[in-house]
Design a protein around this ligand. Sequence first.
Ligand SMILES: Nc1nc2c(c(=O)[nH]1)N[C@H]1C(S)=C(S)[C@@H](COP(=O)(O)OP(=O)(O)OC[C@H]3O[C@@H](n4cnc5c(=O)[nH]c(N)nc54)[C@H](O)[C@@H]3O)O[C@H]1N2
Ligand SMILES: Nc1nc2c(c(=O)[nH]1)N[C@H]1C(S)=C(S)[C@@H](COP(=O)(O)OP(=O)(O)OC[C@H]3O[C@@H](n4cnc5c(=O)[nH]c(N)nc54)[C@H](O)[C@@H]3O)O[C@H]1N2
Ligand code: SF4
Ligand SMILES: [Mo]
Length: 738
Amino acid sequence: MAHLPVSPEKLIEQFGPHLNYPPREGFAGRDEPDKAVKTHCCFCGMQCGIKLLVKNDKVVGFDPWEEFPFNQGRLCPKGVQRYMQNNHPDRILQPLQRKEGVGFTPVSWDEAMDKTVAEIKRIQEKYGKNAFSVLSGVSLTNEKSYLMGKFARVALKTANLDYNGRLCMVSAGAGNKKAFGLDRTSNTYADLEKAEVIIVAGANISETFPTLTHWVWRARDHGAKLIVVDPRVIPLARTADLHLPVRPGTDSALYGAILKYLADHDMLDHDFIDNHTTDFDKALAAVKDYTLEWAEEITGIEKAKIELAAQWWGKAKTSFLLHARGIEHHSKGVDNVLGCINIVLATGRIGKPYCGYGTITGQGNGQGGREHGHKCDQLPGNRDITNPEHRKYIAGVWGIDEKDMPGKGYTAYELIEAIHRGEVKGLLSICFNPLVSLPNNNYVREALEKLEFYVCIDFFMNETARHADIILAGSLQEEEEGTVTTAEGRVVRIRKAVNPPGHARSDTSIILELAKRLGAEDKFTYRNSEELFNELRVASKGGTADYYGITYQKIEDTMGVFWPCPTLDHPGTPRLWEDKKFATPDGKAHFNPVTYRDPGEITDEEYPVILTTGRVVSQYLSGTQTRRIGKLVDLYPEPKLEIHPELARKYGIKQNELVQVSTRRGTDEFPANIVETIRTDTVFLPYHWPGKKSANQFTPATLDPVSKIPEFKVCACNLKPLGVISPPSTASGAYASI
Ligand SMILES: Nc1nc2c(c(=O)[nH]1)N[C@H]1C(S)=C(S)[C@@H](COP(=O)(O)OP(=O)(O)OC[C@H]3O[C@@H](n4cnc5c(=O)[nH]c(N)nc54)[C@H](O)[C@@H]3O)O[C@H]1N2
Ligand SMILES: Nc1nc2c(c(=O)[nH]1)N[C@H]1C(S)=C(S)[C@@H](COP(=O)(O)OP(=O)(O)OC[C@H]3O[C@@H](n4cnc5c(=O)[nH]c(N)nc54)[C@H](O)[C@@H]3O)O[C@H]1N2
Ligand code: SF4
Ligand SMILES: [Mo]
């Protein structure tokens, strides 16, 4: 077993007394756990394998699970702290009801369910079925994601269901479907190892997918050239061969110029283009004027660097392109994705060993959760709710008349607008904290106040839940059996380690009880997660995300199966497109023309600085979970505004001085973190906090026209130093500026 090169005392000091790493013999007097459960981290899309240590029905620590092939025992700071949620004093242990003048009061499950079902029925009878809506999330397992889709369409009969992947994966999903007909990363990350050139665009992987860096380092060991595209010199960029400091919101100009350069210098795979793709000419025509000089002007990247990137990429025999939210959180997120895909296709480096492309999936089950039908336009197997054939098939699986299946509903932010208009009156949310994570969040707050009834299922009181009428005490990931699909497309098992504490219940049992009380019991007869999964398998059969050949036993036997896996004797598909038969109707990969457009909001005299938002390593999403774990809070206790010394000088801003940030939507104050690792025209704010610390009071709700993802990565702001130095906070500030 691997030992960390620090003393146990140091580790305990850093990570708390329950840590069991290095192994137990180092901890005299420590109780032996009752069992070690092999499962996966509850946080990001890497889904690192981990063993949870259980004592008296509580998770008390962890051990590395070294056999799991992706992370081989490695974990990031969030992974080693995740177990601390299990016994957390803030845990919601029974249903709560908001009572006028009293606040939240514990109520029995019967009272909570009666009230919830009565309100759903009242709203739907008075205003129609679609007036009650659902917002779901992809920290949920595949089983629960599938269940939420079926629950909304069959038990609630509402069209208005969407999910938090709308803020995350949808630009990549839409781009991948257009180009390949299927939405999954093309290769496992092991294929990074011998890629000659790796482009990482808009992905701060050392902080957001820390265990993935291992595969990049292995590539570096083999001599790979690493190119990082990011407005900040992120940790990965500090060891890159080339850093392209792109002006936020201008990526498509960069990829367009690279495509033109590849064509002008005949660095193309003609055989691949001619035989396995369509519309190359159209894609090329769209970029015919995109010279290096023009791209330098738009992106702010020196043309010599763009040229070098194009040459390295063009001449390589193997390559891998990875991107994440940095290029996707834009009103042209889909265009940015297609721009990347065009340069991959032009060089034909896909579907071969060490040649790959993919978006890096964000949330724990961001991959599986975007396939099984809790998106407003989707049915299981990544089917389309507007396609008559797809509707008929799923109606058959569910035993309902196709005519009774609702159609396409609103996307997440459009739902907020519909609440404002009075069209939607009720909401059930699970695994989503929209008040922190949606853009323009003052408008979101107003919407929540307009709802006639809001019920939230969570294990912690998140900021949105404070606006609920009823909170149903749900379960943590380790309290139910299930599966998730990792960012690589590997379907793995989440194992139940402990029971929900107090009167909390499993999410699944809560939804099944609601379905029963809504009169749909006969359609929801599952006795366990495996039965749900087996129905999901059938529902996905024949869809692009085909799970039919995957069973719990097969996952058990192989440590995970890669979809598509259409038959029981199929081994799964770790590497897509080896046969060059793409999942589009014509079997070819499609180039798509991409013309550069400005971001939704551009800087002007009043708002002259670009504001971009994102993450830090120790906090996760809206922070509901990680803001409750002391050691993670210590690493980065509060949001700081990253600003370059040159820009700071221009405004007379000093280190740790409070700076007033103003945008067209809000004004608030943040301590400055002066770093040389950011463009001189851009400031960066992490978004994991609510209220006055929230980044989303600033962000605009400009949506991508295709994917409807909000433009979290660009808006225009103004800065004003307030002359007050904020007390320096712990080691965290230092961490953020390494
Ligand atoms: N620690 C931590 N890890 C996480 C999460 C978390 O909350 N915390 N969340 C998980 C989830 S759900 C997700 S989606 C992923 C997100 O993972 P990432 O996409 O890696 O995270 P972000 O910080 O949102 O954005 C990445 C980078 O985009 C850059 N960027 C900003 N604007 C632009 C632009 O216009 N072009 C380019 N090329 N880059 C730009 C930012 O400087 C930032 O470094 O992380 C997952 N992992
Ligand atoms: N400004 C800005 N805003 C952003 C982003 C950005 O980069 N910048 N990133 C966007 C992205 S990529 C994402 S993914 C979203 C995420 O935004 P959200 O989805 O709103 O964030 P979470 O913190 O995951 O909220 C999930 C809630 O679900 C609960 N939860 C977690 N697991 C479970 C479970 O198994 N069962 C139940 N019942 N509840 C559970 C948690 O306690 C939490 O309260 O934020 C988006 N917002
Ligand atoms: S990289 Fe992601 S899955 Fe792995 S330990 Fe960290 S947060 Fe968990
Ligand atoms: Mo995400």
